[in-house]
Design a protein around this ligand. Structure first.
Ligand code: S3P
Length: 173
């Protein structure tokens, strides 16, 4: 039996710094749902920032925990809006659980627009550190292959978060 759209979790995916957290919070408010930002929750559990988790425990450990956390969160019955970290959707298991139980919305941004945000986000994103712009560009386009498995896509270029949130709410009515 197919679950009606209104009874599914909303999962936001997309590259780092695209606005998943900001937009997710707004969508949750508008729909009176709980909001879960996976990175924030992981930081609360470990009591240290993501950068430090990468440094002290390694990316592998972070990815393992991230995957388990998402699978768990998606399996709970209370309806939520969930913002994933930019690398989470690369796990096959995460994709499977999200695509089977949730509406997966991909927030896209052009490389040109995204590049301008890089200085604002680089310090808190271990994946972007010690890389050339060319290397980051390669990750950006490589990641798009995984994000392409979404249920619905919104290009956020130059749109205020409120507008993006409204169109997400509109699309699930
Ligand atoms: C990551 C994205 C980050 C965070 C971690 C790894 C990635 O989340 O999970 O730094 O691999 O893309 P945001 O997408 O919220 O920045």
């Amino acid at each position: 039996i197919e679950i009606p759209i209104r009874e599914k979790n909303i999962v936001l995916i997309g590259f780092m710094g695209v606005g998943k957290t900001t937009i997710g919070k707004l969508v949750a408010q508008k729909l009176y749902r709980d909001f879960i930002d996976v990175d924030e929750e992981i930081e609360k559990i470990y009591k240290i920032p993501i950068t430090q988790i990468f440094k002290e425990l390694g990316e592998k450990e972070f990815r393992k925990f991230e995957k388990e956390f998402i699978v768990n969160t998606c399996s709970q019955t209370k309806l939520k809006v969930i913002s994933l970290g930019g690398g989470a959707f690369l796990h096959e298991e995460v994709r499977n659980v999200c695509l089977s139980r949730c509406i997966v919305i991909y927030l896209d941004l052009s490389w040109e627009s995204w590049k301008e945000r890089l200085p604002l986000i680089i310090d808190s994103r271990p994946v972007l550190q010690n890389k050339t712009l060319e290397e980051i560009e390669e990750i950006f386009f490589k990641r798009r292959e995984a994000y392409a498995l979404h249920n619905s896509k919104i290009c956020t270029n130059d749109l205020p978060p409120e507008t993006v949130a409204d169109s997400i709410v509109e699309s699930i009515k």
